[in-house]
Design a protein around this ligand. Structure first.
Ligand SMILES: Nc1ncnc2c1ncn2[C@@H]1O[C@H](COP(=O)(O)OP(=O)(O)O)[C@@H](O)[C@H]1O
Ligand SMILES: [Mg+2]
Length: 235
């Protein structure tokens, strides 16, 4: 029997309803009762058709959005009950995000972009710089520290975004179709990086993809359909 890993995140009966028009009573019921547990050190993939609610689920799990019903316990705290200020803290220190588009700041170098989360959490310039350089080396970009995002390839930009997500040693990384804008080869490279982070550092990672080949890299895959998890596969 394996050692029981600690539960990092637990979602209980999550519902999310978007109001399109209050006046015309138009609502979209996107998440329809999702419950799940994420253990520390897991790497999980989420797949499902476009519109099935994958991004919405990731936003709710990652504290970017609140559910209309249900609870999300992150690291023992119910995020549904936290203030915006507390959520900002959690997002800066404990959660890393990687999106389909890199959202790097165009005027800043790769190094400066990666340093930002650390500076925001009030570490010194020296500390930030050292760790950022280390992480950029970890993602294979030691030769690109001073490059602006526009001087990097799509694959390199996404690896900078991964380094930035790792900056404050988050407990969990959420990645929403991180290879959606990349060709097959660069997509492969990014997912190999995720696997290495998970295997070498037990980094907890939850990623959304609609590429079958990448989805099987998750040790557990959640299949989302019409706002519900209809199937779970554990490797
Ligand atoms: N802010 C919003 N307002 C209204 N509807 C939304 C909003 N965000 C998402 N939706 C709807 O919710 C459904 C699920 O969206 P999403 O979670 O982005 O799906 P996926 O990431 O699986 O493609 C879609 O039908 C989408 O149009
Ligand atoms: Mg999406």
């Amino acid at each position: 029997m394996g050692v029981e890993k600690e539960i990092l995140l637990r979602a209980e009966n999550i519902h999310k309803v978007f109001t399109v028009s209050e006046k015309e009573e138009q609502y979209v019921h996107v998440l329809k009762g999702i419950s799940l547990e994420i253990h520390s050190g897991e790497i999980i993939s989420i797949v499902g058709a476009s519109g099935s609610g994958k991004s919405t689920l990731l936003h709710v799990l990652g504290t970017l959005d609140k559910p209309n019903r249900g609870n999300v316990f992150f690291n023992g705290k119910n995020i549904v009950e936290l203030s915006d200020e507390e959520l900002v803290q959690i997002r800066n220190k404990e959660i890393g995000f990687v999106f389909q588009f890199h959202y790097l700041l165009p005027e800043f170098s790769a190094l400066e972009n990666v340093m930002l989360p650390s500076l925001i959490s009030k570490n010194t310039m020296k500390q930030a710089k050292e760790r950022a350089a280390l992480l950029l080396e970890e993602v294979g970009l030691q030769e690109r520290l001073e490059h602006k995002p526009s001087e990097l390839s799509g694959g390199e930009q996404q690896r900078v975004a991964v380094a930035r997500a790792l900056m404050n040693e988050p407990k969990i990384i959420f990645a929403d179709e991180p290879t959606g804008n990349l060709d097959e080869e660069n997509g492969e490279k990014l997912f190999q990086l995720f696997l290495r982070l998970n295997e070498s550092f037990q980094q907890t990672i939850v990623f959304v993809t609609h590429n079958e080949k990448f989805s099987i890299l998750g040790k557990r895959t959640l299949y989302l359909e019409n706002g519900k998890i209809f199937f779970q596969k554990v490797v």
